[in-house]
Design a binder for this molecule. Structure first.
Ligand SMILES: [Zn+2]
Ligand SMILES: [Zn+2]
Length: 421
């Protein structure tokens, strides 16, 4: 684990006096303050070369900083170490019996993910671990399921409004799980799944590369690494894909089904592939309404039908040995997930049914969902089944984790990220 000193946190009681010392006496520049609502503090960062000082001022008497200052007076509060992969770092520390204050990453200042280590395990120092804003490293993640190889690939990142992604859940709750930017947007990945058996299937394909800069800016799209890169890293070319399966036809899943050629014509991106979509989804995508229009772009799927490579299915069925589709409805009337079975084990590409680790609670349903009560019912059934069968669940949008298991202990459910073999 690579560890870099990010900053030293200093609890202050009289901010003006503290600023007078650091700014006027020491001559340091102070950055604009930032509110960290989840911790009820205002943070003032002071760059000092590679690292920073962070002056922490409580914004509520309930804040941990207020309690700290009351008890011990102002002074050194914590040190922050930067790591590349906070989830992996926490796993490593847990495995060594280190006592953690936060078992899961949570949002901190500067849109980072943070977690605290208990001072009793760090020789009296409160240590904060920090992973800077998710970087588009879109690594390939490989898993084995019986005779099948499952490879999680990624078509880069984009930003969606946090409210739209969590529906009726208040921001004070969801923002603890996923930090929002100053435009209230949360960063998500566009993950797709390769299933390799005798044939090679790709499930969903991200947003693709047909959209213009204005669109990419609106969605804060990070296309520095895309499905092209991750497919290549998985050792695959577009010619290797036999089947492309659509959970549904929204742009962040179907955009990558087609490419615009040098002649300006849009054509299927995977030249040998048979594409499979649900007939009801196709019909809805062909007749979008005011509510669904922003997500359905004809260029993503009409060229498939024109090229004669699109197969529309009406029922739940086996698409290739070991891979079945199951209609979930909810997100769209005909949204489907893929259930993958081999060697007595089960995996699922859940699509929008559970888009990220944060979407585990049954009521945490996207505002995008057209039929949220159908999502609720399908999610309840699927989660029960996934716990019983120890299903390896692949996420379509989690920014950090490609796949996880659900564990239930004392009636409490949590995701445990899957380890790669
Ligand atoms: Zn969708
Ligand atoms: Zn989506």
């Amino acid at each position: 684990m690579k560890v870099v000193l990010d900053h030293v946190g200093i609890a202050v009681k009289d901010l003006r006096a503290a600023l007078a010392f650091y700014h006027e006496a020491l001559g340091l520049e102070i950055e604009a303050p930032e509110e960290v609502t989840s911790q009820r503090v205002r943070a003032h960062f002071i760059p000092t070369g590679e690292s920073k000082l962070e002056l922490l001022e409580a914004t509520s008497s309930e804040s941990a900083i207020a309690r700290y200052v009351d008890k011990r007076g102002p002074g050194l509060h914590h040190i922050t170490l930067r790591v590349d992969d906070l989830g992996a770092a926490l796993e490593q520390l847990k495995a060594r019996g280190v006592k953690l204050i936060d078992e899961q990453p949570r949002p901190g200042a500067e849109h980072a993910l943070v977690a605290f280590i208990h001072p009793s395990s760090a020789h009296g120092v409160l240590v904060e671990l920090k992973q800077p804003r998710v970087v588009n490293n879109s690594k390939v993640h490989r898993y084995t399921l019986g005779d099948l190889e499952l490879i999680s690939v990624c078509d880069g990142f984009f930003m969606l409004d946090g409210g739209q992604m969590f529906g009726v859940v208040p921001k004070v709750l969801w923002s603890k799980k996923m930090p929002a930017d100053d435009r209230n947007r949360v960063q998500f990945a566009m993950r797709c799944l390769i299933v390799r058996g005798r044939r090679t299937m790709l499930i969903d394909a991200g947003m693709g590369d047909k959209e213009n800069q204005k669109f990419l800016d609106m969605y804060g799209a990070d296309r520095s690494r895309t499905l092209d890169h991750t497919l290549a890293e998985a050792g695959l070319t577009p010619e290797d894909i036999d089947i492309v399966l659509a959970t549904h036809l929204h742009f962040d899943h179907a955009g990558g089904f087609t490419v615009r050629g040098a002649d300006g014509k849009v054509r299927p991106r995977f030249p040998r592939a048979q594409y499979v979509a649900r007939r009801g989804e196709w019909e809805d995508a062909m007749h979008p309404n005011a509510r669904s229009r922003a997500s359905y772009f004809f260029d993503n799927y009409v060229p498939l039908a024109e090229a004669g490579v699109l197969q529309l299915i009406d029922e739940d069925q086996t698409i290739m040995p070991g891979v079945k589709v199951r209609r979930t409805g909810g997100h769209t009337m005909h949204h489907q997930m893929a259930i993958i079975e081999s060697g007595g084990r089960t995996a699922a590409f859940a699509g929008e049914l559970i888009a990220s680790m944060a979407h585990l609670p049954e009521g945490w349903i996207m505002a995008y969902d057209l039929y949220p009560l159908d999502t609720l019912a399908a999610k309840g059934t699927f989660i029960k089944e996934a716990i019983e069968r120890e299903t390896l669940i692949f996420f379509d949008h989690d920014p950090l984790v490609p796949a996880a298991y659900i564990r239930e202990e004392n009636g409490k459910r949590r995701f445990v990220p899957a380890r790669e073999p």
